[in-house]
Design a protein around this ligand. Structure first.
Ligand SMILES: *Cc1c(COP(=O)(O)O)cnc(C)c1O
Length: 856
């Protein structure tokens, strides 16, 4: 067997990572040295590794700028319909390597950095993650930006430039500890502030009746400062924009009326206004009705809509009439978080542009589309009317007006059906009066979609059944996807190249071509190569764990990985019960053969989510017992992976053998982690939930370890009544596990430490962990048995990879473009740029710009 290539050697061979070319290498070295000198003001005697990272980042950034300007100019000139993706989260992770890949610069940069005596991976590790998201929803937005640029759509991401992203998680004595994510401390080389496009956002005040209609007056103003980040498409010279808003106090803040005289205090108080963009709310799938959060939601919406309307008015058609607005503008709402865009656009149309309600409403509905991301009741946004009245009084009036017309329409169709009116109202009247934001979004949009087939079905038939009865044509499905650039080329170069050797590189832009590798499922050398790439990835990850955390794991054991936010519905507890079951089996019969496993669990708990934090403590406590038991040896290890985030996902996913996707059927809307693992050659153990259902459909159910209740079974069990004791009494191994947790086997110093967990599992487990325990353990045994036969395992891996093409976000975005936005992908390659275009060298050449200020 040939000796494996080093990463350095491997990268040089790879065609899909760009052409090396001596002149490219020389140019990059030149740029690097120039930036080290002029931008960072350092030389090689005093430079740190971080300086080298910034020098390279600026060098790569230089290659984006010309393409960025040309793309935006192209949009200005051709005036296509714009797509606006509004999201409170963009979980971008790192940018350097992704940019090199999408620009085809990776090989040249690798070579340049190598010639400069530096290590590319060391430099890449210096970059902070842009952690402006919690989990799947925020990462989806980031994948969509990549796909929209790759498909040549005139698209924009709009969000908030949080000064602090998702907290950093430390594990101390087995408990989660949060640390602030000061990601901008060393500066962000990818953003460009655009103070000339700063916009005012109003809060509070009251509504005055005037002869020209209602007027929102006496408001407090906060300024929104845009920061633009370039979003390159894959090898098409398209560079789109993600525009994130940062809150700034006006310079006369508090100096005009009340705080007169106290200048110092007024300046200090500026931070109150600027707190709006200070920090990301760290809840995943949970609604926290805080005033600051509502301010954030309105802040992004108000600034973005002004920007959209400015750009529309600057375009040719926009000068004429707002009738054409929906032909030129599509706005996608990433969950209800930006839902205030609906009443805000109505306010602009009615109060500022003086359109009548009905006309404004027609245009608004045609403009918006809403993506639902969850059916969990605790996650649905329902803002108290009182809070809305204080913060956004005019919007509350408009919401009431929208609701009135909506209810009138329903009572005309269903006379006397008071219960239906109550169920469908945007305003909930029982208890504390609240605004149901999902209802507002459904009523205000022309399209509503779920994020996987099963989820869209539940949205239609259960959660929003009344609405789908009223307007069935509105409801759609758009199964989520992931970008194959980051989640294959970037994180798993070895596998990407292996695939390219067999089927060429067309799959990078058309992932359905992965089907072609199914032809090699019996090809002995391909099987060996696939398994070898996995083994290399596992070794590398094991080395990383040893270096960073001083833990040694056995790289020939099965890597069983469960990484995602910690949530009861995601059932990390079920996994934990299985770990203890395996431990008990080893202890009971130590001589019996056992397929070695390393169970890796990682994820952040929302800081206010008590049960999630207890689950982390239970996992680390079980790990302490299992990992230090000499009888177990290195057959079973439990690792809690600290600070799971995008850059860590990129390391652990390619090293995974078994992917845990074990939510209670009907609770995980789609999942996207599941897709990343499938694409990277892991097998899935999972329930028939979210996109797992479609993964099983694509690969064949027998090629996943599917177990447990289906949605119908869960419903039947709910009807009958779920009783945890039924399973506890019936299953001796489950009984033993629960008795151990309860009696303090894993917490000898504090036997009742896990009382909240055991009480929940026994008495009020909404997610029915015990009901799936038996089938889960059996399914895990099947996985272990197959793992003993490496060839059969790898064949199943190949089938899975070949079946994963559907889960490209390119496919998802094409569906949004066609079925919701009414735009078409463009594969015209915008002309590659030279250096700064048309340099102005003479007074005669210094012509007036075509569209000062509105081009971007
Ligand atoms: C993909 C991803 C998620 C979403 O994972 P699920 O398993 O779908 O919940 C969460 N966090 C990070 C860092 C991710 O990359």
């Amino acid at each position: 067997m040939a000796t494996p290539l080093s990463d350095q050697e491997k990268r040089k061979q790879i065609s899909i990572r760009g052409i090396v070319g001596v002149e490219n290498v020389a140019e990059i070295k030149k740029g690097f040295n120039r930036h080290l000198h002029f931008t960072l003001a350092k030389d090689r005697n005093v430079s740190t590794r971080r300086d080298y990272f910034f020098a390279l980042a600026h060098t790569v950034r230089d290659h984006l700028v010309g393409r960025w300007l040309r793309t935006q100019q192209h949009y200005y000139e051709t005036d296509p319909k714009r797509v606006y993706y509004l999201s409170l989260e963009f979980y971008m992770g790192r940018t350097l390597e992704n940019t090199m890949i999408n620009l085809g610069l990776q090989n040249a940069c690798d070579e340049a950095i190598y010639q400069l005596g530096l290590d590319m991976e060391d430099l890449e590790e210096m970059e902070e993650d842009a952690g402006l998201g919690n989990g799947g929803l925020g990462r989806l937005a980031a994948c969509f930006l990549d796909s929209m640029a790759t498909l040549g759509l005139a698209a924009y991401g709009y969000g908030i430039r949080y000064e602090y992203g998702i907290f950093n998680q430390r594990i101390s004595d087995g408990w989660q500890v949060e640390e602030a994510d000061d990601w901008l401390r060393h500066g962000n080389p990818w953003e460009k502030a655009r103070p000339e496009f700063m916009l005012p956002v109003h809060f509070y005040g009251h509504v005055e009746k005037t002869r020209e209609g209602p007027k929102w007056v006496d408001t407090q103003v906060v300024l929104a400062m845009p920061y633009d980040t370039p979003i390159p498409g894959y090898m098409n010279n398209t560079v789109n924009t993600m525009r994130l808003w940062s809150a700034r106090a006006p310079n006369d803040f508090n100096l005009r009326d009340f705080n007169v005289g106290d200048y110092i205090q007024a300046v200090l108080d500026r931070s109150v206004a600027e707190n709006i963009s200070r920090v990301l709310y760290p809840n995943d799938n949970f609604f926290e009705g805080k005033e600051l959060r509502l301010k954030q939601e309105y802040f992004v919406v108000a600034a973005t809509l002004q920007d959209i309307i400015r750009r529309f008015k600057a375009s040719k058609k926009g000068r004429v009439t707002f009738e054409t607005f929906p032909d030129k503008v599509a706005i996608q709402l990433n969950d209800t978080h930006p839902a205030m865009a609906i009443p805000e656009l109505m306010r602009i149309f009615m109060d500022i542009e003086k359109l009548p309600f009905d006309k404004a409403w027609e245009i608004t509905q045609k403009t918006f589309a809403y993506t639902n991301h969850t059916v969990l009741p605790e996650a649905l946004e329902r803002w108290p009317v009182q809070l809305m009245e204080t913060l956004l009084p005019r919007h509350l009036h408009i919401i009431y007006e929208i609701n009135q017309k909506h209810l009138d329409k329903i009572s005309a169709l269903f006379p006397e059906d008071m219960d239906r009116l109550r169920r469908m109202s945007i305003i909930e009247e029982e208890g504390v009066k609240r605004i149901n934001m999902a209802h507002l979004c459904i009523v205000g949009s022309h399209a509503v979609n779920g994020v996987a087939q099963i989820h869209s079905q539940i949205v239609k038939d259960q959660v929003f059944r009344d609405f789908s009865e009223l307007e069935p044509e509105k409801f759609q499905n758009k199964t989520n996807g992931i970008t194959p650039r980051r989640w294959l080329l970037m994180c798993n170069a070895g596998l990407a190249e292996l695939i390219a050797e067999k089927i060429g590189d067309g799959y990078v832009k058309d992932l359905s071509q992965l089907r072609k590798i199914a032809a090699f499922v019996n090809d002995e050398s391909f099987i060996r190569d696939v398994s070898q790439v996995k083994q290399e990835n596992k070794m590398k990850f094991a080395q990383y764990l040893e270096k960073e955390y001083k833990v040694k794991i056995n790289p020939s054991s099965m890597f069983d990985v469960h990484v995602k936010r910690i949530h009861e519905y995601k059932r990390q507890l079920l996994n934990c019960l299985h770990i203890i079951t395996m431990y008990n089996r080893i202890k009971k019969d130590p001589a019996k053969h056992f397929v070695p496993r390393t169970v890796i669990i990682g994820g952040k708990a929302a800081p206010g989510y008590h049960m999630a934090k207890m689950i982390i403590k239970l996992i680390t406590s079980v790990g302490d017992v299992v990992n230090n038991d000499p009888v177990v040896g290195n057959r079973l290890k439990v690792i809690f992976l600290e600070n799971y985030r995008v850059s860590l996902a990129e390391k652990v996913i390619p090293a995974t053998d078994l992917s845990e996707q074990i939510s209670t059927a009907g609770t995980e809307a789609s999942g996207t982690g599941n897709m990343k693992f499938m694409l990277n050659g892991a097998l899935t153990i999972g329930t028939m939930d979210g996109a797992n259902v479609e993964m099983a459909e694509e690969a064949g159910e027998g090629n996943l370890f599917i177990f447990g209740m289906r949605v119908a079974d869960v419903e039947a069990l709910d009807k009958k009544g779920y009783n945890a004791m039924d399973y506890y009494d019936k299953l001796p191994e489950l009984k033993q596990v629960m008795d151990q947790i309860k009696s303090g086997y894993f917490s000898p110093k504090q036997p009742d430490l896990f009382k909240d967990i055991t009480d929940m599992l026994f008495k009020h487990d909404r997610f029915k962990v015990f009901a799936d325990y038996e089938d889960y353990v059996k399914s895990q045994e099947k996985a272990s048995n197959l793992y003993q036969d490496p060839k059969q395992w790898t064949k199943m891996v190949i089938i899975n990879i070949s079946a994963s093409g559907k889960f490209s976000s390119d496919r998802t975005i094409k569906e949004y473009a066609k079925d919701i936005w009414g735009v078409e992908p463009s594969d015209i390659k915008i002309k590659p740029p030279n250096e700064p275009r048309e340099p102005v060298e003479t007074r005669e050449a210094a012509v007036k710009p075509k569209s000062k200020g509105s081009l971007l």
